[in-house]
Design a protein. Sequence first.
Length: 251
Amino acid sequence: MHLIVGLGNPGEQYAAHRHNVGAMAIDAIATEYNFPPFRSKFKGLFSDGKIGSQRVMLLKPQTFMNNSGEAVYAALKFYKIQPEDVTVIYDELDLNPGKIRVKSGGGNNGHNGLRSIDPQIGVDYQRVRVGIGHPGQKQLVNSHVLSNFHKVDHLWLDPVLAAIAKNAHLLVKKEQPAFMNKLALAVQKADDDVSEGKVPRKKKAGAKTNTKTDPASTGKSSTTEKNSNNNQTAEPSSQLAGLLKKLFNKE
């Protein structure tokens, strides 16, 4: 029995934020393995299914990030799961966008979700850190994590989420090196696709654009979110391939 937790804030207004990349990963896993619809349980959204032959529970805490530990503890207590059989997926400022790191145990590195979880269940759980990059200045951190991914970010985000889902069985089996290798290959393929022109580059200013809604901008936004989003600029189109290539550079 294994519990996979994806951290984030509740509500549609937060669903596409960088801070919610853990919850996005849970949704991708649920889709990949045909889990039943999520239901309200353990102060979160919960689904119970199988990955391979292993029974797996998926949990998206709905307590807001700072109280995530309440939901995780409630699920562990009910199912009598040991901390080492828990995987927590969350955003990491100190990793370049798309970089993935997996380990068991360790500190919280200032992440409020982990700060809430650690006192509740200890520190021996497995962690999957998904890099979202640092805005460069401390005063910009809140607006960075509480804003939507840029459209250009989906060149790495979508392949990463798909790869996390496809290889979740390796997390359940705690085969961390194999999981890391699979994720690296997925990101490299996305990089190659951009370099070879298989992924459309952003159109130049003045060109006609598709009227479809940007997936990263769906859902309602608060006034604060709108202001923070307006202050951000998308990556220039000439740098799209370079953005993904940076994923393999030093952090």
